[in-house]
Design a protein around this ligand. Structure first.
Ligand code: URA
Length: 211
């Protein structure tokens, strides 16, 4: 059985913001703002091993070879719709990144993902793809999204979520042992309706004030 290739970002700021997001009394506007802040902090970790090259610049004092990101611009891939809540903070940190969208919803009876939309930037095989979805619950949507990306030619993929369930981590690691996962927390379990416990509820509803 594959062990998840997992990084839990347990920085105190991440954990503090996550606790406020979990609280049922936190209003939509605060939830959205915190998700934006948290996604920036998660992206910081995800980008830790990006490659750089030395380029010559001139400071006000002298010429100097300094590091800049190298290679094709990375691509954030949002699993709609809650993934979009993670995008803004990540784009604040990496404004030149490209963005792809994959529309998947969970069939409420089978909990299986159904694809209804996909749009990706060109040359996906040359880019690091960072797939974002706040909740890794059953793992089915994440597995399907990464499968589609691989079908389209992506070879370097990372997955970022806010919360992960042990069940989802296992399913994901078995399907995609080559894809590292970044999360702010591994929670206790999934309940019978596929919700992460203790979790934070429905991320899309809390983000957009729907229900
Ligand atoms: N999706 C959510 O939004 N919340 C969960 O707990 C599980 C899946």
């Amino acid at each position: 059985m594959s062990e998840p290739n997992l990084t839990v970002v347990n920085h105190p700021l991440v954990q503090h913001k996550l606790t406020i997001m979990r609280d049922v009394g936190t209003p939509t506007s605060t939830f959205r703002q915190l998700l934006r802040e948290l996604s920036l902090l998660l992206a910081y970790e995800v980008c830790r091993d990006l490659e750089t090259e030395l380029v010559e610049i001139t400071t006000p004092l002298e010429k100097f070879k300094a590091p800049k990101l190298e290679g094709k611009k990375l691509c954030f891939v949002s699993i709609l719709r809650a993934g979009n809540g993670l995008l803004d903070g990540m784009l604040d940190l990496v404004p030149s990144a490209r963005v792809g969208h994959i529309g998947l919803y969970r069939d409420p009876d089978t909990l299986q993902p159904v694809e209804y939309y996909m749009k990706l930037p060109d040359k996906i095989g040359d880019r690091l793809c960072v797939v974002v979805d706040p909740m890794l619950a059953t793992g089915n949507s994440a597995v399907a999204a990464v499968e589609r990306l691989k079908d389209m030619g992506a070879t370097r993929i990372k997955f970022v979520c806010l919360l992960a369930a042990p069940e989802g981590l296992k399913v994901f690691a078995e399907a995609h042992p080559d894809v590292p996962i970044f999360t702010a927390s591994v929670d206790r379990e999934l309940n019978d309706h596929g919700y992460i416990m203790p979790g934070l509820g429905d991320a899309g509803d809390r983000l957009y004030g729907t229900k």
